[in-house]
Each structure stands twice: as structure tokens, then as C-alpha cells.
Design a protein. Structure first.
Lengths: 265, 152
């Protein structure tokens, strides 16, 4: 079949009509939040074969040695226990330097972590986990903590789950303070378990190892929740009085699956 | 039937691309969608219509981009080029093909990095990937050229 030859006029009409189609597709996908929903369903769909492969390998191992499987399961359980105990110990340690009694007028409810977006956490600066949501509208914003430790805040519902943006996400801000009354606004820097804040005051009242707590000033996070520990102080290039403080967040999403969390209204 | 197979193949590539992302190999891998499309173009006697490229790009964007622009726009340009160009794509010299692949890869990666926030580690892909794409294409071309060019 001979190739169709297009006139200049027809080329222009074709190009414009396809541009209109693309604009319509982009606008509708944005309006319906299609990208986020598709990505969530892709992760969910690929979780089933992943679990299937894990089950087969588990059965194969069981066939090889029942004792080893028992020991491996025991190790996983112990690792989970250690993580939870570590959080409790850190909470107690920090309560020595600061009063961590969380006094909030906010109503609370319980949920648990149903999924963690590991792909975006390692590839991109988008740091989110998902919580089981029941009888709630996606318009409400909740701050979320695991015990005394801040996780982040909800950002709508995706595929019937709460999407929670972690403090390490670059779009997430929080008002923090240490026990020496140094206050700052921290912003996630897109690196795992890190948030940063800046200080331009010459009288700095902080040092490496200081624990940072929420101030409650932002009206979203309750007062006195624990965020993390100051791990690095750097002078910003071009401004010798400006310092960048890197705070290592205590919440570890890799250990968070199926763990209970508290949502503050 | 052909369309069903095309969709099935695309879904398979989407799964493989997702696995590359999960195992942190994505930054070192060629752009599977681009290579798959180039292969389809040379294997088929008549290139698919522009609508095919637009919807293919849109579907890829839905799964791998925050906004449905990078692949949709790039594949639309590829579709336009193939539809309006008078010379069959494979009849162009290898140098011209590689130049086009480099340009398209840079354009696609520029769009991807603009609409998504990748980690510093993965931003390396945007420098390396066009060369990986070109290299993979040279290997495929050297291996298949006798078959593809026999009628010219």
C-alpha cells in the first residue's frame, strides 16, 4: 500500500487535533488523580505474585529444613520486637531531657500501616506510607505518630487508603524545638529519615545529639511529639552565619508495616 | 487481536520497568519503552498511527510519572515524525538513527526530571541513559541489519 502523502494544511490540522487530545488527557488524569491511583494499584497488583513467590520459597525452605524456617521466623519476630523496644527506650531517654507528655485537645484515632511506597522512597524524593482508612473522608488532614514519634501527615485518600507524607518528603514542613528553646521550621530533604532546618542567629543553642520535638505552632502536629536527633551542623556556603541542621528522624518506614499508629484530628 | 497483543506486551514491559525500579537498577537500564517502540517500528511494515503513540505514552505516564506529560509528549513527537516523514525510519543511516535516539532520550529525560522529583542518585540516569539507549540500539541494529535492510 503506498504511503499517504499529507499536505501542509492537513499536517497542521492533524498536529493540532492531537495536541488537543493530549491536553484533554493530561487535564482529565490530573482532575481524576489517575496517575497516583494507577501507581498504587500497580504496587498492589505486583504484591500478589511477590507474595506467591515468597510462599513458594518458604515452602521449599520448609521442605529443606523445618528447623531453619522456625529460626528465621523467630529472627524476624525478634527484629520487630527490638524495633518496638528501641522506640520505647528512645522515648524514655528523651523524656529525661524534655517533658514528652503529649497534651492535646485534638481527638485521636488508631490505625495501622498497610503499605510503604518503597519504590519512590529509594528512587525519588517522594516519601509516603499508606494507612488503613475506615469511615473517613479524604478531605480531613490528620497528623500521624507511632507512639511518641512523629511520622507525618495525611494527604488525601488513594485507593481507599490514607496517603501519609513522611517528614523526610521535601514538601513536608514542621515546626520543631529542642530542650534549649531553639525553634526552627524543618523541611524534608528527600533523603531517607532526614529533615533539615536553617539557623541564621549567631547565638546558637543546639549541639549534635539534641533531640527535636514538635512545637504545635503549625496547628497540625500536637505539641511535644519526638521528631529526631540532630546529627549534622554545616555552615551554608556564602553565608558564614547561616547553619544547616540535619535532623535524623527516628521513624523508620522499613520497620513500619502492620504497626499501629495514632491519627490526630 | 494485534491491539490486544500490543497492550499485553506493553503491560509486560511496565512490570519489568517496575521491577527495575524496585531493585534500584533503573538508573543503569536502557529506556525499555523507547527500545520496545523502536523495535516495533522497524518490525512492522507500516508504523502505527499517531493515536497509538499518544495512548501508549499516556499509559506509561500513568504508572511512572506524577503528571501525564513526559512519555505522552515524546511518543507523540515520534508518532508525528513517523507519520509525516517520507523515508522509512530504518532506511536512514545508523549515525542518523543514533543521533535521533540521543535527542529523543535527552528530551524524554528532561521532561521526566522536570515533572518528577528523583533522588540525586537517580538523576545520574539522565546523563547516562541516552548513551545506554544508543548503545543497546547499535547492538540490535548490528545483529538485525541484514534482515531489515535486505529489500533496500
Amino acid at each position: 500500500m503506498p504511503r499517504e502523502i499529507f499536505t501542509f494544511r492537513k499536517k497542521i490540522i492533524l498536529t493540532f487535533s492531537y495536541i488537543l487530545l493530549i491536553v484533554a488527557l493530561v487535564l482529565s488524569s490530573n482532575y481524576l488523580n489517575l496517575n497516583e491511583t494507577s501507581q498504587r494499584y500497580l504496587v498492589k497488583a505486583l504484591k500478589i505474585p511477590q507474595n506467591f513467590i515468597e510462599n513458594i520459597s518458604q515452602e521449599f525452605k520448609e521442605y529443606e529444613s523445618l528447623k531453619i524456617v522456625e529460626l528465621e521466623n523467630e529472627i524476624i519476630k525478634l527484629k520487630n520486637d527490638i524495633y518496638e523496644s528501641e522506640l520505647k527506650v528512645r522515648s524514655l531517654e528523651n523524656s529525661k531531657s524534655y517533658n514528652t507528655n503529649i497534651t492535646t485537645s485534638k481527638s485521636t484515632k488508631k490505625s495501622y500501616v498497610s503499605a510503604f511506597d518503597q519504590v519512590n522512597y529509594s528512587c525519588c524524593k517522594k516519601h509516603v506510607i499508606y494507612l488503613q482508612a475506615e469511615n473517613t473522608s479524604g478531605n480531613q488532614v490528620f497528623s500521624v505518630s507511632q507512639g511518641d514519634f512523629i511520622i507525618g501527615k495525611t494527604k488525601g485518600l488513594v485507593a481507599n487508603e490514607f496517603k501519609v507524607r513522611l517528614l523526610s518528603d521535601p514538601e513536608e514542613f514542621i515546626s520543631l524545638k529542642n530542650s534549649k528553646n531553639f525553634y526552627c521550621i524543618a523541611q524534608g530533604n528527600g533523603l531517607p529519615q532526614e529533615t533539615v532546618c536553617f539557623n541564621e542567629s549567631k547565638a546558637s543553642t543546639y549541639e549534635i545529639g539534641d533531640t527535636f520535638f514538635s512545637t504545635g505552632f503549625d496547628g497540625i502536629y500536637p505539641k511535644n511529639l519526638i521528631a529526631g536527633k540532630l546529627t549534622k551542623i554545616e555552615i551554608v556556603e556564602g553565608n558564614m552565619f547561616k547553619e544547616k541542621l540535619t535532623i535524623e528522624l527516628f521513624f523508620d518506614p522499613y520497620q513500619s508495616i502492620d504497626k499501629g499508629v495514632t491519627l490526630y484530628d | 487481536m494485534t491491539d490486544i497483543f500490543r497492550i499485553f506486551r506493553l503491560l509486560l514491559v511496565i512490570v519489568v520497568n517496575y521491577l527495575l525500579l524496585s531493585f534500584n537498577l533503573w538508573k543503569w537500564a536502557p529506556d525499555l519503552f523507547l527500545i520496545q517502540s523502536l523495535l516495533a517500528i522497524v518490525i512492522l511494515k507500516e508504523p502505527p498511527g499517531i493515536y497509538y503513540f499518544v495512548f501508549k505514552g499516556f499509559l506509561i505516564d500513568l504508572f511512572f510519572s506524577e503528571i501525564s506529560i513526559p512519555y505522552t509528549l515524546t511518543f507523540f513527537i515520534i508518532g508525528l515524525f513517523l507519520k509525516f516523514s517520507k523515508i522509512n525510519w530504518i532506511q536512514k543511516s545508523l549515525v542518523e538513527q543514533v543521533t535521533l535516539i540521543l535527542l529523543v532520550s535527552y528530551f524524554l529525560n528532561l521532561l521526566l526530571s522536570t515533572v518528577n522529583t528523583y533522588s540525586i542518585e537517580n538523576e545520574l540516569r539522565f546523563l547516562v541513559n541516552p548513551f545506554i539507549n544508543a548503545f543497546v540500539w547499535i547492538l540490535i541494529f548490528l545483529n538485525q541489519r541484514k534482515k531489515w535492510l535486505k529489500n533496500i
